[in-house]
Design a protein around this ligand. Sequence first.
Ligand code: PAF
Length: 302
Amino acid sequence: MPEPVVLHTADRMRECVREWRASGQSVALVPTMGNLHAGHLSLAGLARSEADRVVATIFVNPTQFGAGEDFEAYPRTLDEDLAMLSAAGTVDAVFVPEMSEIYPFGAGEAVRVSMPALSRELCGASRPGHFDGVASVVCRLLNVATPDVLVLGLKDYQQLILVERMVADLGIGVRVVSGPTMREPDGLAISSRNRYLTDDERSRAPALYAALNKVVVALRDGAGDYRALQQAAEDELRGAGFEPDYVEVRCAADLARPNGRQPPDELVVLAAVLLGKARLIDNLHVRGAEPARIQLRRSENS
Ligand code: PAF
């Protein structure tokens, strides 16, 4: 496959998509903030199987960072990102817009998408405005690239559910497809923020995945006291040197609080923690969790 074309303006991006469409080709969009890793590459691979043409976007979106968060420090690694996408050979175009292409009136004065209450729960509770910022930029990227398919990762589960909600609520004609969380061999979910971990923190980080697995096992075994499970997981994480933001059991379909009548298969366990400077998030669907690992945990704990 030829090198992906790199486009910096919304006009060029629109023109490119218009040409593809003129020859009857469909388009998938993979939005990213760069600093690409195996998780992004797997989403680009998924996008390839969903459409004739694939566009990846690289844009560090200021409106989804709160005061004191890592917008300035967020790793910007464009050359490496482009090299990775080239080597992967799954992407036709990379949209790398300047700030003014996305926010022509400035990010501070931007029209914003205001998301419903779920955006203020879970990660939104400690990151006010974050999901409004995510929705605002995803909406703009969809307007520019007008893809048939939008590919997002299950790793950012709340983001996925909220973007699906925005697409449905605003009547945006795109199909949202989600790709699985990529993990290191020890279970740690791959994330750009893992690079903030010291060696010692990195060696402790898989305890987050282990804690989620433990809750999943308990739910599968019929445990129904979600509060107790959440509390036990948070205590365990605190004991392992994490500062838990939350561990919560929610309905996988819409992240509503479960009423106790849902079968465990319809639940998802989500967590956010601080480990040193890194804010790590992860989640496990009860239905989709890997049986082999769960088996392992079960025998370790028995
Ligand atoms: O998941 C991300 O990297 C970002 O939130 C996204 C979807 C690219 C919007 O900036």
